[in-house]
Design a protein around this ligand. Structure first.
Ligand code: FAD
Length: 323
């Protein structure tokens, strides 16, 4: 099922969930149970990550295929295009077809390394737009293709590009991806709702008034991981959020999680209200964990209807986050 179809059928605010493929068989079994429990949160779609260069190809396709066939949720498989043989891309797309995975998040992955014999860069898949074009040329509308975006600007490490984050410079390249046929946008995680709102406004004014943007949110499960994830993603943490974690509580994971739940709810409420409900599907980087997300959904005024309306309200989200 195309995630755009499911998204269009939902009038009310909803969530989507990102998972990564576990390394072991028992990890996979536990995650599938967890996804089954999280189904009560009625996700509009779930995504499965792809290791840059194809490192998790088999496990990613396997997990995405099982989820597509076991649950009534559209699945979106992430796919990168740099530093990989084209056969890996072709094989992944063919398997998606066979397994009923209709949605692909087309990504660049790590910067392209020099790979032609004469030392020139291999331009076939240099940027994500090349993968969007490739999928659309080869498969037309068989796949619903989405792309990544960065509310604070993409942090580039390439030699030929400034590594200053600049969302205005990135906008032209995001437009190229939409013009090539991308139908939805998922953003990098952020904690500064104003930066997301500026980005969304600029996107609406310069690129599209209709393409859905799914804001990327990562629950705060520990103070250390929260800071690490923000740093790795080049996402700024506003001072008013930092102030909520005085030194004496930073090592108390339960306290940090509960403050984190309120922070995420504030971000969701602000975005939903300030965009007049235009942004209404919130994408969670789950890290394969469920507890904080269940709490956010049940306590957020914008999302609480999901639990209230659930036909399966007896199902309980596990309070134990370990897999
Ligand atoms: P692009 O859109 O190609 O952009 C990369 C950089 O090049 C940007 O700075 C852009 O402004 C610039 N650029 C684009 N086109 C041009 C052009 N024509 N000329 C000059 N400059 C240009 N990585 C993984 O390995 N696996 C995953 O599963 C994964 N999932 C992700 C999910 C989301 C929602 C996000 C936001 C990121 C994810 N990533 C993943 C990380 C992603 O691969 C990296 O951030 C990567 O560095 C950029 O990918 P992109 O698709 O945004 O690239």
């Amino acid at each position: 099922m195309s995630l755009i179809e499911t998204y269009s059928l939902k009038d009310e605010p909803s969530i989507s969930l990102e998972f990564f493929p576990p390394k072991t068989a028992s990890g996979k079994a536990n995650l599938l149970e967890r996804i089954g429990r999280m189904n009560v949160l009625d996700p509009t779609f779930v995504t499965v990550t792809w290791g840059a260069g194809g490192t998790t190809a088999e496990k990613t396709i396997d997990l995405a295929g099982i989820v597509a066939q076991s649950f009534d949720i559209p699945v979106c498989m992430h796919l990168t295009c740099t530093n990989m043989e084209i056969d890996i891309i072709d094989n992944a797309l063919e398997q998606c077809r066979e397994l009923g995975i209709k949605n692909i998040l087309a990504l660049r992955g790590d910067p392209s390394i020099i790979s032609n014999e004469d030392g020139s860069p291999d331009d076939k898949f240099r940027y994500a737009v090349d993968l969007v074009k490739y999928i659309k040329d080869k498969y037309k509308d068989e796949f619903c293709v989405g792309v990544a975006a960065y509310p604070e600007g993409h942090y580039s490490t390439e030699d030929d590009s400034s590594n200053e984050q600049d969302p205005i410079r990135d906008m032209q390249f995001l437009k190229e991806k939409i013009d090539a046929g991308a139908e939805f946008v998922i953003t990098q995680l952020f904690y500064d709702a104003d930066k997301f709102l500026d980005f969304e406004k600029m996107f609406r004014e310069t690129i599209s008034t209709t393409i859905p943007i799914f804001p990327g949110l990562m629950p705060i499960n520990s103070y250390l991981l929260f800071n690490r994830a923000a740093k790795l993603s080049h996402a700024s943490i506003p001072q008013h959020i930092m102030d909520k974690f005085p030194p004496e509580i930073q090592a108390d994971d339960n306290m940090v999680k509960s403050i984190g739940v309120n922070i995420l709810i504030e971000i969701i409420e602000k975005i939903y209200k300030r965009t007049n409900g235009r942004v209404k599907c919130f994408h969670f980087y789950t890290l394969n964990l469920e507890k904080s997300i269940a709490e956010i959904v049940s306590e957020s005024p914008t999302l609480a209807h999901i639990i209230d309306e659930s036909e399966d309200s007896d199902v309980e989200i596990s309070s134990n986050d370990a897999i």
